[in-house]
Design a protein around this ligand. Structure first.
Ligand code: SF4
Length: 387
């Protein structure tokens, strides 16, 4: 099993918290669309013995593309790869792009899963984050999208500072407001939610706004409370917390992301996209002009690193602990050796004692109490400098 990720590097405007690769100029859109289809073709041998089960349009904002642009990519994949019978084909989309006509056309070209960047149903949050849509558009698009798509995920952000007061007096998103956001999302009957704490990345407008005192710094304790509310509310509504930031009803887990977390092969097409073949990781240049120039010269603008055993172990620890599949101690022994198992058991002991980790059927997992702290726990279990 394998997957193809296609990065669409265009957005309508820059969200204040975002550090992904994108351009707000659409001038090179047509060239980019042709280059992406060309890269898909150029890399066909990389998955020659594999069946493609998932296709994922991410970004950036894939819904900035026209239907014909998306269809060109899908056609290029079907022409050059073995594709499974019913592949999961996901499109990340923003609410302001999802008109009824566009949704109907998306379903006709084979898109069967939408991941919609709602983030919040409150006007002040959307403005603070500089999202391109408003609250009414968020609700309207879900009303229409649910008529044409059954497999829908939406993104929500918690721990957002409250913009109603500025500077040092600024407040944070209240628990009440957060609960209302989750309940509004649930009222549309969608089967999947991805939810993240607002994080402040160094080179973002959000960081500048915080440094200059215009927006309050997100509060970690409050984010933890929001996370607990999220987990409890969604579990009560029959969502399975299958990855730290992802909740799905039965049969609605993201197949694309699950494959990634389970270490399956994938190729990433487009500027800044990453690929993984089980041994090495590669990534394309994060620059649209350089990407286009390389493709014009029939070159692949990527760099590659062979993952060491330690790298692979560390990645397995991180992804394993974030998911319900956990870290198999048998797999640590067979894949990495007894030295790694002993190290892991030693490092994990204090977290087992503190009820932050537990072992079930020889698989190490995070407890409910440990979940919010997963990334920190995982980094304490990382193996360092052994090779
Ligand atoms: S729409 Fe998504 S990719 Fe584009 S700027 Fe906003 S968060 Fe970043």
């Amino acid at each position: 099993m394998s997957g193809i990720y296609i990065h669409i590097p265009f957005c309508k405007q820059a969200c204040h918290y975002c550090d992904f690769h994108f351009s707000i100029s659409m001038k090179k859109k047509d060239e980019m669309v042709l280059a992406l289809a060309k890269e898909i073709e150029m890399r066909k041998t990389e998955l020659k013995d594999e069946v493609v089960e998932t296709i994922y349009f991410g970004g950036g904002t894939p819904s900035r593309l026209q239907i014909a642009d998306l269809r060109l990519q899908i056609d290029s994949i079907y022409k050059n790869y073995q594709v499974a019978q019913n592949p999961e084909i996901t499109l990340e989309a923003n609410p302001d792009d999802l008109s009824e006509d566009y949704l109907i056309e998306l379903s006709k070209i084979g898109i069967n899963r939408l991941s919609i960047g709602i983030q919040s149903f409150f006007e002040d949050d959307l403005q603070l984050m500089n999202r391109a849509h408003n609250s009414a558009e968020a609700k309207k698009c879900l009303e229409i999208a649910t008529q044409y798509f059954d497999n829908i995920s939406l993104d929500l952000i918690y721990g957002i500072p409250d913009s109603s007061q500025n500077g040092e007096q600024a407040k944070q998103m209240s628990n009440q407001k957060w609960i209302q956001n989750i309940e509004t999302a649930l009222s549309f009957g969608i089967p999947h939610i991805s939810s993240y704490a607002l994080t402040v990345e160094p080179k973002t407008a959000l960081n500048k706004l915080i440094q200059t005192g215009k927006i309050a710094k997100p509060d970690d304790d409050l984010a933890q409370e929001h996370f607990q509310i999220l987990v409890e509310t969604l579990e009560k509504n029959r969502f399975i917390h299958y990855e730290l930031s992802n909740f799905g009803k039965e049969n609605y887990f993201s197949k694309n992301n699950s494959a990634y977390w389970l270490g399956k092969k994938y190729i990433g097409i487009g500027p800044s996209a990453h690929s993984y073949d089980g041994i090495s990781r590669s990534w394309n240049v994060s620059n649209n002009a350089m990407y286009l120039k390389a493709l014009e010269e029939n070159k692949l603008p990527s760099e590659m690193e062979i993952l060491s055993k330690t790298d692979r172990y560390n990645e397995y620890i991180m992804t394993g602990l974030r998911t319900i599949w956990g870290v198999s101690l048998d797999r640590i022994t067979t894949g990495f050796g007894i030295e790694y198992l002993n190290y892991l058991q030693n490092q994990a002991q204090k977290f087992l004692n503190d009820d932050l980790l537990f072992i079930e059927n020889n698989v190490l997992k995070t407890t409910r109490k440990g979940k919010f702290l997963t990334d920190g726990i995982a980094s304490d279990l990382f193996y360092l400098n052994l090779e």
